[in-house]
Ligand binder design. Structure first.
Ligand code: ADP
Ligand code: MG
Length: 703
């Protein structure tokens, strides 16, 4: 077997600038690039030429179809394939792809969630090419599909996807960043763009075992199963050597992703057995969101090929760590500078602190939107677990950055106090910060030296919604700070004006900054005292979208109109209710089909054994009889609680959505937990070969 070097694979399936340059006349190429860079619509007069070039390239590489690849408001992507081939009027085969087909398409939108938006207009939805993310080719066994990253909108332009709001948020933050950069005199800077790199956690289990568990098949997580004695207590998995079978899987994933232009830079075992992580090289934010979708999709496909089952759920196994998607972000300018990178130049550091302060200021008012953006049925089981960030949002800066900001709050930088023998001069910021950040892994949002890291998103989530909220919050903060600086810039130097604005942001953000242990009970108490929002359930968290002040922020920044936010809320709530209902129905069938019969078999086994024993011996075996009684009690209790859950599911049917969510969250989850408890207790007292499902200890082993 010849081994292909990653370098040679890189971007072979991407219609990137190199390919465009090769295949388009110079002048068309330049027009296309300038409209991409300027964020403008592609000139319709060149669309035909671009489409033809794309088709030629794609078909030369085996593609037979194209699709507008978009991200509806579920977590995944959608595609409707269209053939390049058609027969002309003489019955002769022609391969064609026209400009208007590239620019716009009309998939049947009726089966995508719209939260009622579409019904008020028409069922039609349109996809429109997003040229800022390059088209790519997904090869398949007998051909391949040209994928055109697209937005998905209703006929009046109302977004039905997660990319459109992201693009709007990007537009806003790019303008606001430039406004601040200009104030600091950065004349040569042409643009500033957010960057993102998402660490992706996941579990892999044996496909054959997973296929024997309806919960893994239909819910993506185990809903029963008792935790084995050696779960992750031994802590021997993290950064351990990677099992050859898994390494081979990872190598194939990496290779496919290189072809798609995604560079995975890290791979390693995670804390729980069978849990792993990969992280890409960071890229511009819109592309980063698309690339993360490709990472998830490639992991899923490759798992099947390796006879593994990919679990992207936030909490696939009770008692073990869940999986998140740590979202690292910053802003880069056209000179290639990271705006969150401390510098050795003290004036630049004031600029750096201004950008940090803008985020803090935004968070002090709107941090709840971050909680809303990561609310999902699965994340509810992960957040607040002892390995994941809590459901309370806060931001961690590290001792050194906090000290610097608080010193600025107290006085002018000239009077920065001496801490020990160390001078806290602003020109020494980089070394001070780099040595001292990221000591706190418990915070949902942390400054990590030259970027922020949002740790609360769940592993299967689309990156765009939480990122959109981060950008909105940051934009608002930037605008506030820019206005404050602009108001004083005629009287004082920009540095002094900025220091004043920073001082204000530091003061305002005291409520959301927390440096301590976010897993502790003291923090819960402290958060209550501070009046921070504590949304434990997905329903409570989603409701935060509806707070008038937050809706105003998003509509004011033209990211989502009030009506669109309500629709978005409805979609997410409906998804939550559906998920709870599916999980309850799967639990019910696993109990009726598997657990109850297993209990009966064990009871019969014990009865038969007893009947073969002489009466006088039996009289002295009271404990054995007690065990029989215990099995009967488990069975009885299980029937009772499952009956009640089945009734509850029927009862809520007629209720309206919010009421359904309320009942299922309260009574429903309580019953669910009780049933699981009985199942797990049963599993522990039943013969191995009578238990109907692969157990945790079998699942959590790579053979
Ligand atoms: P950790 O110590 O948190 O595991 P890593 O060095 O593995 O950190 O990086 C995590 C992710 O952060 C990577 O995907 C990386 O590309 C991303 N990242 C690094 N710098 C930036 C940046 N300036 N903007 C956005 N993402 C970044
Ligand atoms: Mg990290």
């Amino acid at each position: 077997m010849t081994i292909e070097r990653p370098k040679e694979l890189f971007c072979v399936n991407v219609f990137n600038r190199r390919v465009m340059k090769e295949r388009l006349p110079k002048e068309i190429y330049q027009k296309l690039v300038s409209s991409i860079e300027g964020g403008q619509k592609v000139d319709p007069t060149i669309a035909d030429m671009v489409a033809t070039a794309m088709k030629e390239w794609a078909t030369a590489n085996g593609a037979t179809h194209y699709t507008h690849w978009f991200q509806p408001r579920t977590e995944s992507t959608a595609e409707k394939h269209m053939a390049f081939l058609y027969a002309d009027e003489n019955g002769l085969p022609i391969e064609a792809f026209k400009g208007n087909e590239l620019v716009q398409s009309e998939p049947d939108a009726s089966s995508f969630p719209s939260g009622g938006i579409r019904s008020t207009f028409e069922a039609r939805g349109y996809t429109a090419w997003d040229p800022s993310s390059p088209a790519f080719l997904l090869p398949s066994k007998k051909g391949g599909t040209l994928c055109i990253p697209s937005v998905f909108i209703s006929y009046d332009g109302t977004p039905l996807d997660v990319k459109t709001p992201l693009l709007k948020a990007l537009d806003g933050i790019e303008n606001s960043s430039m406004r601040l950069l200009k104030l600091f005199g950065n004349r040569g800077v042409k643009w500033a763009k957010p960057t993102v790199g998402a660490e992706q956690e996941y579990f892999l289990v044996d496909q054959k075992l997973a296929a024997r568990r309806p919960d893994l098949q239909f819910c993506g997580r185990t809903i029963i199963g008792s935790v084995p004695p050696k779960g992750q207590q031994m802590e021997d998995h993290y950064f351990g050597s990677i099992h050859p079978k898994i390494l081979s899987f990872m190598e194939d994933v990496e290779r496919d992703l290189y072809r798609l232009g995604v560079v995975l830079t890290t791979r390693h075992n995670e804390v729980a057995p069978c849990q792993f992580e990969c992280a890409p090289q960071f890229v511009e934010a819109n592309l980063g969101c698309d690339q993360n979708q490709l990472v998830m999709e490639t992991l899923r496909k490759m798992a099947r090929r390796h006879e593994l089952s990919l679990l992207l759920h936030e909490k696939p196994f009770a008692g073990l760590n869940g999986s998140g998607k740590h979202t690292n972000f910053s802003i880069m300018d056209s000179e290639g500078r990271n705006l969150l990178e401390p510098s050795s130049n003290s004036r630049r550091n004031i600029q750096f602190l201004t950008f940090v302060s803008a985020l803090l200021l935004g968070l002090s008012r709107y941090m709840d939107l971050l909680r809303a953006s990561i609310a999902s049925p699965g994340n509810m089981h992960r957040l607040g677990g002892n390995e994941a960030p809590p459901a309370i949002m806060s931001v961690f800066l590290g001792e050194e950055l906090t000290n610097i900001l608080e010193t600025i709050e107290k006085g002018l930088p000239e009077d920065l106090p001496v801490r020990g023998s160390m001078d806290l001069g602003l020109n020494r910021l980089p070394s001070i910060i780099q040595d001292n950040t990221d000591r706190n892994r418990t915070s949902p949002l942390a400054f990590t030296g030259n970027k922020f890291e949002f740790r609360a998103p769940g592993a299967p989530q689309a990156l765009a919604p939480p990122l959109t909220m981060i950008l909105a919050i940051w934009t608002w903060g930037m605008n506030e700070i820019a206005s404050r600086i602009e108001a004083r810039i005629n009287d004082v130097d920009v540095v002094d004006a900025a220091l004043d604005a920073i001082r204000y942001a530091v003061r305002e953000s005291r409520n959301v900054r927390f440096e301590g242990n976010c897993y502790s009970d003291e923090w819960k108490e402290e958060a209550k005292r501070r009046g921070l929002t504590i949304a434990n359930t997905t329903q409570e968290a989603l409701a935060l979208y509806l707070v008038p002040e937050y809706k105003e922020l998003l509509s004011g920044l033209k990211i989502l109109s009030e009506r669109e936010i309500s629709a978005y809320y409805d979609i997410r709530l409906e998804q939550y209710v559906k998920t709870l209902d599916i999980e309850m129905s799967v639990l019910s069938s696993m109990v009726w089909e598997g657990v109850l019969p297993a209990l009966s078999k064990q009871l019969v086994l014990e009865n038969n054994a007893m009947s073969s024993i002489a009466d006088e011996t039996l009289n002295s075996l009271g404990h054995w009889k007690k065990y029989l009684g215990r099995l009967a009690t488990l069975k009885n209790g299980l029937i009772d609680s499952v009956d009640r859950m089945d009734d509850l599911r029927k009862k809520v049917q007629g209720e309206e959505l919010e009421k359904q969510a309320e009942i299922l969250t309260g009574e429903g989850l309580a019953l669910f937990g009780a049933i699981r408890g009985i199942c797990d207790a049963s599993e522990q007292v039943i013969a191995h070969d009578l238990w109907p499902y692969p157990r945790y200890r079998e699942l959590l082993q790579i053979s």
